[in-house]
Design a protein around this ligand. Sequence first.
Ligand SMILES: Cc1cc2nc3c(=O)[nH]c(=O)nc-3n(C[C@H](O)[C@H](O)[C@H](O)COP(=O)(O)O)c2cc1C
Length: 178
Amino acid sequence: MEKISVNLEKLYYGFPVVLISFYDQNGVPNVTTVSSTYTLKNMMMVGLSSKGFAAQQIKEVKDFVINLPMRTMEQEIGICGSHSGRDANKFDLAMLTPVKSSVVNAPIVGECPIAIECTLKDVIESDHFGGLTNLMAEIKGRCADEGYLSAEGGLELSRLDPIHYYGDGKTKGFKFTV
Ligand SMILES: Cc1cc2nc3c(=O)[nH]c(=O)nc-3n(C[C@H](O)[C@H](O)[C@H](O)COP(=O)(O)O)c2cc1C
């Protein structure tokens, strides 16, 4: 396959959109849209802008939840990804329901069928990649709506309908595809 070199600021090749939720330092629930995550075994990695409210707060409070919204939640994803928690309680703004986790001190987004409960273990910030904060966290619990589980108790893949984020830095706004 012939390829030409492309001058793109970034090339995001389809990352599942998640909502990261936490109680801020005042105990108020808040939530932010994120696409830069991955998980391996009991580890969760999250890539955040250092100046965002979520990064600054989670570094202090440590506990957070990664929630997987389905495609029906496009509007809520947009709201949580376009306002800062510094100015608003985005659970209220997006009309989402905070449900206290029983294993970490963080709220689960009630409307998302899948949630992964995490505690921050390491923060990776490098002068080479200024402005980026990577959160390395331990997974303390996982929960799923029963409707998304197979008879064997695993994920029922046919029910999952998440949104993936692709971006090249050229197009303004966010492109949602499946
Ligand atoms: C689809 C989508 C994906 C996003 N992915 C990320 C991400 O991976 N990391 C990040 O820091 N911000 C990401 N954002 C932007 C933040 O959600 C946005 O800047 C938000 O207003 C930050 O809020 P906060 O200040 O409350 O943390 C994304 C936004 C959208 C809509």
